[in-house]
Design a protein around this ligand. Structure first.
Ligand SMILES: *Cc1c(COP(=O)(O)O)cnc(C)c1O
Length: 427
């Protein structure tokens, strides 16, 4: 395929840098991890996105997951347009908010109540505050390589010595905040047990992506999640599943439903808004009784539950609920991609690992199994960079980082998988 032109995207990026920090409103979009200029988009429909230079791409980002139905799903678009005519926002209660909460409860049977917020970051930040308020304890355990948004207490990296206190991994996060976040290894239960016993009676919560999706896709081992569940039960620790990525994607009841382990609190984002800025945290009523206005743990939001966002989320969730066959479709599409990709990589003799669960998949250019942060960072980033740009030039839009999961939407069919594999073949 001939080299595509990106001249308009390039000039827009130069222009953007004059008035937007780094030219983007979220860092991964700047292509720092893969080099080159970011692509600026204009429109999207179904499986495809279109850029400013008139190039079309098969979309494997899907807004980092929310567009699970494919872009521009008519039912959702119509409902949003109708709501836009009626009202944008009241900052006061609406029946629609109840319908969203009831829809979520219909899909996630163990969830009693759910509070809407505006992003996954807010959801995780609020869930941790609630867990701390509920338990009266300060420490939180997270896993290296898991992402829970950009609240201070999550921007923590391993300190010297693998299992010591965390250190800030961003300037601006105080040492005081960092000391309350403890860092364990994903898929390594004994690393968690050790932290809990070293901090006996002080751990409020363990927060985990039940399927890690922010260091590539890393499914949990058989005993990892159930081990966390048992540990939390024994120690009175609140188990938080961050299902911002996996919620309503891996099954109607998320990773928890698919893998059969129930947390105490869950956080949502991405799919829950169908492309609008929405997050939520939910779980057991006994814990939520501690949240304002019923209880003393404060949490609020001017635009939380606003009708425009709710209508997009509601119709996305309702479609998923009414079409359970969609989950086997996206899973099978992803499997076809996996099988095809693995075959071609093997023929090429390149070292690779493919991790997949449901409609989440990632390709790592390394020999060894990718099971945690350390093994994820062993991948060859130069190979990924070349691969990314080759795919981009051949009309396949992958996440611009080796540590991101690819998301398959219901609009991607075998024809798109075939085109994608054709592009891989010429790599
Ligand atoms: C995307 C993501 C977040 C943050 O959500 P935002 O809406 O970007 O704030 C949190 N947790 C996980 C697992 C995510 O994938």
């Amino acid at each position: 395929m001939s080299q595509r032109s990106y001249t308009r995207s390039q000039s827009l990026f130069s222009r953007a840098q004059k008035s937007i920090p780094g030219g983007v409103n979220s860092p991964v979009r700047a292509f720092n991890a893969v080099g080159g200029h970011p692509v600026f988009f204009t429109s999207a429909k179904g499986a495809y996105v279109h850029d400013e230079d008139g190039n079309a791409y098969i979309d494997y980002i899907n807004s980092w997951g929310p567009m699970i139905l494919g872009h521009g799903k008519q039912e959702v678009v119509d409902a949003v347009k109708e709501q836009a005519d009626r009202a944008f926002s009241f900052g006061a209660p609406t029946e629609l908010e109840i319908e969203v909460a009831e829809q979520i409860r219909a899909m996630v049977p163990w969830l009693d109540v759910v509070r809407m917020v505006n992003s996954g970051t807010e959801a995780c930040m609020s869930a941790v505050r609630l867990a701390r308020g509920y338990t009266g304890r300060d420490k939180v355990i997270k896993f290296a390589g898991c992402y829970h948004g950009h609240a201070d207490s999550f921007l923590i990296q391993a300190g010297s010595g693998a299992l010591t206190l965390g250190e800030p991994n961003s300037p601006g996060v105080t040492a005081g905040t960092a000391q309350d976040t403890l860092l364990a290894q994903f898929n390594n239960l004994s690393s968690v047990v050790e932290l809990v016993s070293n901090n006996a009676g002080n751990v409020a919560a363990i927060i985990v992506e039940p399927v890690a999706g922010n260091m590539g896709c890393i499914p949990p081992s058989e005993e990892f999640l159930s081990g966390l569940r048992n540990l939390c039960d024994r120690e009175g620790i609140v188990l938080i599943f961050d299902e911002v990525m996996t919620g309503f994607r891996l099954s109607p009841s998320g990773a928890a439903g698919r893998l059969g382990v129930e947390p105490d609190l869950v956080t949502y984002g991405k799919v829950i808004g169908g492309g609008m800025p929405v997050g939520a945290f939910g779980g057991k009523r006994s814990i939520f009784e501690h949240l304002a206005p019923t209880g003393p743990v404060y949490q609020a939001g001017t635009l939380s539950g606003n009708p425009l966002a709710m209508v997009s989320g509601y119709h996305t969730l309702k479609y998923l609920h009414d079409h359970p066959e969609l989950y086997s479709h996206i899973d099978e599409t992803t499997e076809a991609l996996h099988v095809g990709l693995a075959g071609i990589m093997r023929e090429k003799g390149m070292p690779f690992q493919i991790n997949r669960i449901g409609s989440m998949i990632s390709l790592h250019f390394c020999e060894n199994e990718v099971v945690d942060f350390e093994s994820a960072t062993a991948g060859n980033n130069d190979s990924f960079k070349h691969f990314f740009h080759h795919m981009l030039n051949n009309g396949v839009y992958l996440p611009p980082s080796a540590y991101e999961t690819w998301f398959i939407s219901d609009a991607i069919e075998q024809a798109e998988v075939d085109k994608t594999l054709e592009a891989v073949r010429s790599f």
